[in-house]
Design a protein around this ligand. Structure first.
Ligand SMILES: CC(C)(COP(=O)(O)OP(=O)(O)OC[C@H]1O[C@@H](n2cnc3c(N)ncnc32)[C@H](O)[C@@H]1OP(=O)(O)O)[C@@H](O)C(=O)NCCC(=O)NCCS
Length: 183
């Protein structure tokens, strides 16, 4: 069988049902909605698309938020298998724990290497947005995410205990200067 194609695309209404199925899987699996834009209301899909577009240019984002872009990882042109969100700048809160990029892979297709792929393709998007290095964070217990970050060249800067989360968060930097700047 030929290997599947993987593309990190701008959200598109033609994959609405697949996107909704992804969210349903997260919920059924009892997973937190990561990245946070998975929690955006999408009953009115056109309004949802428009909101994501506004967020990407910093329009209507809450106080203290920066512009952020959401992308979908699509397999074989038809299935949304993951979602990533790139923050265009770092605020003190993002520097502390949120980082530059959040990502999630739908539960049914985890452990197939899609995690490293979504971060790799997101790094290309981040470079295209003009970022030269990104901070990626994860809970220390989230060994899958730490593996994804390490596979993409993450360099651990610190581990911080965050009392409000009751866990240690690892903070990794990834340089985009050379290896990630070409498609
Ligand atoms: C983190 C996440 C994106 C990983 O995606 P994935 O497609 O399963 O990634 P992979 O299959 O390539 O696994 C990545 C690494 O973690 C390991 N791994 C994956 N799931 C694991 C698990 N449950 N226990 C132990 N190791 C695990 C894999 O073996 C792999 O290790 P390797 O790099 O040494 O080969 C996915 O689990 C997810 O969406 N989780 C929920 C959202 C989330 O936590 N996002 C990250 C926020 S920081």
């Amino acid at each position: 069988m030929p290997s599947p194609t993987l593309d990190l695309i701008h959200p598109s209404a033609h994959l609405r049902d697949s996107y909704r199925a992804l969210i349903a899987e997260f919920v059924a699996n009892g997973d937190a909605l990561v990245p946070f834009t998975l929690a955006f209301e999408n009953a009115d899909f056109d309004a949802f698309m428009s909101k994501l577009g506004d967020c990407a240019v910093g329009v209507g984002v809450p106080e203290g938020f920066v512009a952020h872009s959401t992308f979908w990882l699509v397999r074989d042109g038809k299935e949304v298998v993951g979602v990533s969100n790139i923050r265009h700048a770092l605020t003190p809160a993002l520097l502390r724990e949120g980082g530059s990029i959040g990502y999630g892979i739908r539960p049914a297709v985890r452990r197939q290497g899609l995690g490293p792929a979504i971060l790799r393709l997101s790094l290309l998007r981040a470079a295209a947005l003009g970022l030269t290095r990104v901070l990626v964070t994860c809970g220390k217990q989230n060994v899958a995410s730490a593996g994804v970050i390490l596979r993409n060249g993450g360099v651990l800067e610190s581990e911080e205990y965050l009392a409000d989360r009751g866990e240690v968060v690892q903070r990794y930097w990834i340089s985009l200067a050379s290896s990630h700047s070409e498609a």
